[in-house]
Design a protein. Sequence first.
Length: 235
Amino acid sequence: MNITPVHTAVFKEREDLAAFIVRHIPSVPEETVLTVSSKLVGLWKGLTAAYKNREQKEELIVRESDAALKTPLAWLTIKNGMVMTNAGIDESNADGKLILLPADCYACAAELRARLQTAWGVRGLGIIITDSMILPLRAGIIGAAVAYAGFKGVKDLRGRPDIFGRKLGVTLVDAADALAAACALTMGEADERRPLCLVRDAPVEFADAADPDEIKYPPQDDLYAPLLKAVKLIK
């Protein structure tokens, strides 16, 4: 697998995102995956608010969340079936503004994919919208996929044998988040100005439609369900 981050100019609010991408990446081969920072998508859709104070930001976080819990460091939230901090609202690299996530990131990924397919003349194209997340009991952040299009985000290995012939019973591979994490490591979090990343030879199955529900795990079966229930983020 080959991962190539792309250095760009500064993206402006409500700028044409597809045109911006093509300006920096004139062409791609078939079966390429492109990761795009969620900040670009929020700016593309004009989802910003001028930062006023902490109270205003917290009101927005609660409004944008399906469930929210205030912690000493940040708000632990659930939005669109995904655990994240601050409902994805960010003020880094935002020039004094707060950048919000779209209500339907999957629709944004599909729209962007369709436009880039036309511009690049390719059919096999995957899009991942990335954002940062924190793993429990781990220092630092990693990249995660808040949405994707053009490939199957989960690889089902149930029923396949391991090296000793024992059949796997529960193993699902989260390909979308794994790719997002790999790309985020090269894209950076500070002043790198690498909000795009190309992936060649990714071990994924390309498809015309993505199923957002395939990656959403049932809360009642989740490993962290007891913790999430204890703090009343899920029922």
